[in-house]
Design a protein. Structure first.
Length: 346
């Protein structure tokens, strides 16, 4: 299996600059202390591959806080970090620059600036309007305009690759699960999700979407309980459902997982990861995941070794020295040796 994303260079993104991840593999794990840049790497990867898609900018802007006003979330993606103060007049951001090396297509360079202004539009309540000017590989790709109730853009220029993101909160969104499951059913690959659920409960027989009386839900057919709502099960099953469904949809693309261990008891890490990693290999999905868990790191190493896919794995330990970010790369052999020696690498 060949990874879609080989190198990622956060030249200037959020509060991070000069962070480079080289020689990425089909399964890439990222760990490090809080505020080391793990989530930032996932966000940069998503924008590098889907920059022409306005919806991806919205998703990244709301990755950390769904309740934050969209204008503030978008503004926070740009370097500098200063909050918008539109009472002082229009503001222009510093340049956002992300460089990536993609398999078979060479380099992709994403550059963007953001202009924020206040608009009345005849409404007694003013609002922030953001205009994002995007360039891909040095060519003007499009101008996106974000305002309350609308996202307007010119016709996209440049390829948007297949990227899906699973956050620690994805499994708590019925809307997201219904959307994923509906698409997976259409593709005839629902069995992957069912097999993962059976790791948690062997009495699970099937999973489906229902739409009735204006509402939608995910239903599980259970040998003992009958047909019940997925929400009636624990966090682990719902999290595993979100992971498996997103994985199937990411076929021949990239799956980004923030905190791969979230919601799953450490005793099940190896079984769940083994199933997910095997499915990712079969579906040609590159996985880029973050973790805070030593148990998750150890389970990942074991799964990779059992499958004989050591060459398809690497990990990065993100650190900061005098505010300068650094990514230390480890292959399977080196990371296993460090863990066998008892080193606490998180």
């Amino acid at each position: 299996m060949t990874p879609l994303l080989e190198t990622l260079d956060l030249m200037s993104f959020r509060a991070t600059s000069g962070l480079v991840l080289q020689d990425m593999r089909p399964l890439t794990l990222i760990f490090g202390a809080n505020n080391s840049g793990k989530s930032t790497v996932l966000e940069a990867a998503a924008l590098a591959l889907r920059a022409p898609d306005p919806g991806q900018w919205v998703q990244v802007a709301r990755h950390r806080d769904m309740d934050m006003p969209l204008s503030d979330g978008l503004w926070s993606l740009f370097p500098g970090g200063a909050a918008m103060r539109l009472e002082d007049g229009p503001q222009q951001s510093e340049a956002l620059v992300i460089d990536a090396k993609l398999t078979g297509t060479g380099h992709r360079r994403v550059e963007a600036r953001c202009l924020a202004s206040e608009s009345w539009d005849g409404d007694p309540t003013s609002e922030a309007v953001l205009r994002l000017e995007l360039r891909i590989d040095g060519k003007a790709a499009q101008t996106m305009e974000f305002r309350r109730g609308a996202r307007i853009s010119q016709w996209p220029v440049g390829k948007a690759y297949k990227v899906f993101t699973v956050t620690p909160a994805t499994h708590r969104s019925t809307k997201a699960l219904v959307e994923h499951l509906s698409r997976v059913v259409d593709e005839g690959k629902k069995h992957v999700a069912v097999e993962v659920l059976q790791l948690f409960d062997t009495d699970v027989e099937d999973i489906d979407v229902i739409a009735s009386l204006g509402r939608e839900a995910v239903r599980v057919t259970h040998r003992q309980r009958g047909v019940v709502d997925l929400a009636s099960f624990g966090d682990g099953m719902r999290r595993a459902t979100a992971l498996s469904l997103a994985l199937v949809r990411a076929s021949r693309g990239l799956l980004l997982i923030d905190e791969i261990e979230a919601g799953i008891h450490h005793a099940l890490h190896e079984k769940v990861f083994d199933k997910l990693f095997a499915a990712a290999h079969d579906l040609n999905v590159q996985i880029l995941a973050t973790t805070h868990s030593l148990e998750a790191i150890d389970a990942t190493l074991t799964c990779i070794e059992k499958a004989g896919r050591e060459d398809g794995f690497c990990a990065y330990w993100l650190t900061r020295s005098n505010a300068t970010p650094e990514a230390r790369r480890y292959d399977h052999e080196k990371l296993s040796a460090l863990r066998d020696g008892g080193l606490d690498i998180r």
